[in-house]
Design a protein around this ligand. Structure first.
Ligand SMILES: Nc1ncnc2c1ncn2[C@@H]1O[C@H](COP(=O)(O)OP(=O)(O)O)[C@@H](O)[C@H]1O
Ligand SMILES: [Mg+2]
Length: 352
């Protein structure tokens, strides 16, 4: 089976995507997978141009993206695309994890790994995601949804908005663009002036903004695998000495540590696993997702933070490591994801 490995992409997580793709390509060419799959890499540069198999293979080999091509045509698929029987998009963030690529692949009527348009879009937008979680009865941190035009409104309205945030949430609070990921544009604010500049900064990234009450909590993550009857993995924990899990902490080697499995009471573990499965269903995810939680040990509260429908997939990423610790190896995991994609495609197209 020819697997189109779609990687790179027009987001801040371009480089991570390349490393994830290297790991997945390796797993598809190892052990029993080798006889089953032929990998056709398709690299999308930062400008959005899709590259031929040769160029893509080179990027996969070197691990280094190429400068956006000035001549390429973003509407032109490489010729090899026509032969691809299943797509494995491993693109993170906007344009990859948000339903846009998923819509294109759906139109092409080919199976693809992961969530469809709805699950991807709802999982990406923090306001829509939180609305879906609230509807499912999942406990989460107190938050306020804000729109760019309120932030950039006339000077009489903005102070009122900040007053409301202070009254509802207090300090410290977190200001986040609704649709980015990798902690880009996120600020922890402790005063009125920090709040004002964080809102202005977030508004420069996104029309939709979320402000949350700041917690002191352990950060726990659970991997989910499956379609209609998904399974939850063991729980992992992330620890770090920095102020919060910001961009630098995420991508600088040595700043964050993963602990798998997290040291937790069995009751907390099963509560998180149950909540992860509910979250997966609440946004209509499929195939895979990583669901992230805050555990306020002092009160015993577990709050859902977010769902990631295309989590980091490098050899050292949390998602594959959680499955490894649960008994599914990396090559078995990618094989399973492809199987799930095919099942879902058959279900979606039967009867139409
Ligand atoms: N309400 C909060 N209280 C405490 N820490 C938070 C809160 N929201 C975010 N953080 C910190 O910021 C990090 C990134 O926030 P998150 O919402 O997960 O954004 P992203 O989608 O970019 O990963 C979290 O992992 C955590 O360290
Ligand atoms: Mg996060």
């Amino acid at each position: 089976m020819k697997v189109g490995l779609l990687f790179g992409g027009r987001s801040g997580e371009h480089e991570v995507s390349i490393i994830s793709a290297q790991a997945i390509a390796g797993a598809l060419q190892s052990g029993e997978n080798q006889a089953k799959y032929e990998v056709i890499p398709v690299y999308i540069d930062k400008g959005g141009v899709w590259h031929s198999q040769d160029v893509s293979q080179e990027v996969l080999g070197t691990g280094k993206g190429i400068d956006p091509s000035e001549t390429g045509n973003i509407w032109q698929f490489p010729p090899e695309s026509a032969e691809i029987e299943i797509w494995f998009p491993i693109l993170h963030g906007p344009n990859g994890e948000d339903g846009t690529i998923q819509g294109l692949l759906t139109l092409m009527q080919v199976p693809f790994v992961g969530s469809g348009v709805l699950g991807s879009a709802v999982g990406m937008d923090k306001i829509a995601m939180k609305t879906a979680f609230a509807e499912a009865g999942l406990p989460q941190v107190k938050y306020v949804a804000i729109f760019r035009d309120q932030v950039w409104s006339n000077p009489c309205i903005f102070p009122k908005l900040c007053d409301d945030i202070e009254t509802t949430l207090d300090y410290p609070c977190f200001v986040k663009p609704a649709n980015l990921g990798s902690s880009v544009g996120i600020a922890k604010v402790r005063s009125r002036s920090e709040l004002e500049s964080a809102l202005d900064n977030a508004a420069s990234y996104d029309r939709r903004i979320i402000v949350e009450a700041g917690l002191v909590a352990r950060e726990l993550e659970c991997a989910v695998l499956g379609n209609d009857n998904p399974k939850a993995s063991v729980i992992g924990e992330i620890s770090f000495d920095t102020d919060f899990y910001d961009y630098e902490t995420k991508y600088t080697a040595g700043l964050a540590q993963l602990h798998i499995p997290a040291s937790l009471a069995d009751t907390v573990t099963s509560q998180i696993q149950e909540m992860a499965l509910q979250a997966f269903k609440a946004v209509d995810a499929a195939g895979l997702a990583r669901v992230d939680f805050f555990y306020v040990e002092a009160t015993g509260e577990v709050l859902i933070n977010e769902i990631n429908t295309l989590p980091g997939f490098t050899a050292t990423s949390m998602y594959p490591q959680l499955w490894q610790a649960t008994g599914i190896t990396f090559p078995e995991l990618v094989d399973k994801l492809i199987e799930l994609a095919i099942i879902r495609h058959q279900e979606n197209t039967s009867g139409s």
